[in-house]
Write a protein that binds this ligand. Structure first.
Ligand code: GRF
Length: 213
């Protein structure tokens, strides 16, 4: 039974999908030990409290710099002794010390088919470029923003008359399926990161990760 700590900044719909997966026994008896946010009003914290999970907020304004904020966050996270740290819409740049502390045991979900569109406004960029396909990627976190080894991607179509909200909703629907799945692989010891790559069942995954149909 493994311990997961989740970091959020906003709505927390991916957090909810992970809570649901835990409650439905899809994560092999693992539990979310705590949820942290850099925003005290993040709805994700409310979701955690409703599920009986300790929920904490740290405000950046109370720290001298990014390093000091991350040092405190690390201390508080480590009090829960997590096996895995899951970034679920955590909208804050991580310091190198934070990344290296959780290297090989920290995941992120990013709403694009990486390496396309790292950073913000991915849906808008895909639509502006006339892409007919968009999606989401789960990856291990490294120092490169949205640049760590991809584990799994899910694709969605973009239709000519789509609004941005429709594309976001289509992508999120996939996110709620693939994030708990990848977490279950990690928890069951099937998924690791080494030599800068993601490995599944002893085989190195290709750059686009495991195919998800
Ligand atoms: C998700 O689309 C995720 O890909 C991105 O931020 C969004 C968070 O949504 N990193 P939610 O807070 O989980 O609803």
């Amino acid at each position: 039974m493994k311990r997961i700590v989740v970091l959020v900044s906003g709505n927390g719909s991916n957090l909810q999908a992970i809570i649901d997966a835990c409650q439905q026994g899809r994560l092999n008896g693992s539990s979310i030990a705590a949820v942290f946010s850099n925003k005290a009003d993040a709805y994700g914290l409310e979701r955690a409290r409703e599920a009986g999970i300790p929920a904490h907020a740290l405000e950046a304004a109370q720290f001298a710099d990014r390093e000091a904020f991350d040092r405190q966050l690390m201390l508080e996270i480590d009090a829960y002794a997590p096996d895995l740290v899951v970034l679920a819409g955590y909208m804050r740049i991580l310091s190198p010390a934070f990344v290296s502390h959780y290297l090989q045991r920290m995941l992120n979900i990013h709403p694009s088919l990486l390496p396309k569109y790292p950073g913000l406004h991915t849906h808008r960029q895909a639509m502006a470029n006339g892409d007919e396909e968009h999606g989401t990627s789960v990856h291990f976190v490294t120092e490169e923003l949205d640049g760590g080894p991809v584990i799994l991607q899910a694709k969605v179509p973009i239709f000519a008359d789509d609004t941005e909200d429709e594309v976001v909703a289509r992508v999120q629907h996939q996110e709620h399926a693939i994030y708990p799945l990848v977490i279950s692989w990690f928890i069951n010891g099937r998924l690791t990161m080494r030599d800068g790559a993601a490995w599944m069942d002893g085989a190195q995954l290709p750059p686009e990760g495991h195919a998800f149909e």
